[in-house]
Structures are given as structure tokens and as C-alpha cells.
Design a protein around this ligand. Structure first.
Ligand code: CO
Length: 166
């Protein structure tokens, strides 16, 4: 059974750590974590969720797509389009805060699936944006670091900065 995991909120320092590579794909704990993260993302209506957001600093993200959710383990962006696009983004670790972020329009990604099989694909538009946002989490980068403008929740962001959500 998958269970709901507590979300780590900004400005918790866990969100700023660099995540470690996953080496043991086969463990029961890891397979359970994938299920739990997926359930947490679905329940919170997120487009994606990175492991640091549930307090695990490992290179793993789940992404919500129109065809269901996918898990990307040790993901890497191999190529990025020169063309970028700006759009509004939010994050489950920064509820009710939104900002305009410039992202590469098309990316080529390699990762491992939950069985440890290597996968390669090209992502465009919103799918590419979500992957870039989630991979940033694995390096301790948040969308507010890149946002050229906070469009909603500016006051809330200032309030959150004063707290310690760990
Ligand atoms: Co996020």
C-alpha cells in the first residue's frame, strides 16, 4: 500500500542539499518510496515531485503526465534547445507562490526507470519544463532562484523566509 509522505517546505535546508545517485534500485524500501512519492504527488495535485521534497536527498523524481506518472532515476539533461520559453511555475514546497521562469523548450533526457533500465527521450514544452524544475531540486535549486518575477504570493514568500520548516 502506498502512503502519503509529508512535504518538506521552503526554507528547509534539505531542499538546498545536492542529492546523491541511486545505486540500489532493487531494494524493497526504494520500490516502496517510488509508490509513496507517486501517491503523494497525485494527492497534492503536483505536476512533479522530487525526492528532496519528501526529505530524501537522492536523485529521483516522479512526473505527472497525461499518460500517467513516470519515475526518473538519476536523470540527466543531455541536450537543451537554444530556444527558451517563459511561463508561470509553482512548487509543492512553496504553496500558493508562483513566478515566471525561463526554461529550455526542448530537452533530451537520459534516466533509469524503476527496474534500473536506461531510458532516453525527448521532452518538449510543459513536460520539458516540469523535468527541468524537478532536476533543479536534485541540485538544491528552487524555481524562486530563477524566477524573474514572482507573480503570486510575494508576501507569503517573505513570510516563509523567516520560518524554518524542518
Ligand atoms: Co518544485
Amino acid at each position: 500500500m502506498a502512503k502519503l509522505l509529508p512535504i518538506t517546505y521552503f526554507p528547509c535546508k534539505d531542499l538546498r542539499k545536492k542529492s546523491k545517485k541511486v545505486v540500489d534500485f532493487k531494494s524493497k524500501e526504494f520500490q516502496q518510496l517510488i509508490l509513496d512519492m507517486d501517491k503523494t504527488m497525485q494527492e497534492k495535485d503536483g505536476l512533479g515531485l522530487a525526492a528532496p521534497q519528501i526529505g530524501k536527498n537522492i536523485n529521483m523524481v516522479v512526473i505527472n503526465t497525461s499518460d500517467g506518472s513516470i519515475v526518473l532515476i538519476n536523470p540527466k539533461i543531455m541536450r537543451k534547445s537554444w530556444k527558451k520559453e517563459s511561463a508561470e511555475e509553482g512548487c509543492l514546497s512553496l504553496p500558493d507562490i508562483y513566478g515566471m521562469v525561463n526554461r529550455h523548450k526542448i530537452i533530451r533526457v537520459t534516466a533509469f526507470d524503476k527496474q534500473g533500465k536506461k531510458i532516453k527521450f525527448i521532452a518538449e514544452d510543459l513536460f520539458a519544463r516540469v523535468i527541468q524544475h524537478e532536476i533543479d531540486h536534485l541540485r538544491g535549486v528552487l524555481f524562486i532562484d530563477k524566477a524573474k518575477e514572482i507573480t503570486k504570493g510575494k508576501d507569503k514568500l517573505e513570510e516563509m523566509k523567516k520560518n524554518d520548516y524542518c
